[in-house]
Design a protein. Sequence first.
Length: 272
Amino acid sequence: MIIDCHTHLNRYVESQPVSLAERYAQLHADMDANGVQHAVVLSSYTINADRPSTDELLALMEGDARVSVVAGVSVPHLGSDQVMHLRRLLETRRIVGLKLYPGYQPFHLYDRAVHPVYELAGDFDVPVMVHTGDTFNPKAKVRYTHPMEVDDVAVDFREVTFVLCHMGNPWFVDAMEVVYKNENVLGDISGLTLGTFEPRYERMVTGKIDEALAFINNPSKLMFGTDWPISDMGSYLAFAAKLETTDDEREGMMWRNAARVFRIPVQEQADG
Ligand SMILES: [Zn+2]
């Protein structure tokens, strides 16, 4: 059983298909080719020709049990309209989490303006995923993406589960402390390369995640994710296979933690 907890259907580069339906078909093809049973698809903080809205994704994926949707939140536009819309999607369980993009959008997680997001997550028991670390876009401001930013809100909103995406790359040490110390914080290991891993870099990053695994020493804390299509799924699984884990840590990382946090019903498939 493998759950990829972090994928996108955005069009990042011109070589990707223009149509959303084609990118969605490509995701399924890559899942099949790599034995990935379930993917969590994250919508963006912005909507344009290359970045579909949460509603577009939901319409496209209606009835597809192999994907779940996490809604990207646009913090500068976090008025009552957006909050009400998210609340409706959560009430009907059409989305399984919320995603914040500090850095891409310049805001601090602790800013009062963001609190409605944590209140929603608490009300509906869904995780808040947070981009941390290096950004795909050099115009983003990385001081907002430091993993320590997650600690503030993890402490103030104990009932909310936070996912520190990309393990703060390259601030792995800070990320591992925030994940280790806070019961309500997990890390995802997605997005640590563009495309396929280059051997020297893969050795470096494998060492970093091995250190995090050893320091955290808790099988319920890390999740496998790729950041597909930014990162190649096959190369990512090969990287994950090289990590030094206990059997419990591997099972937790590859699917069990994501199934629990996003409430993805996979138990039958896992047993079958
Ligand atoms: Zn991502």
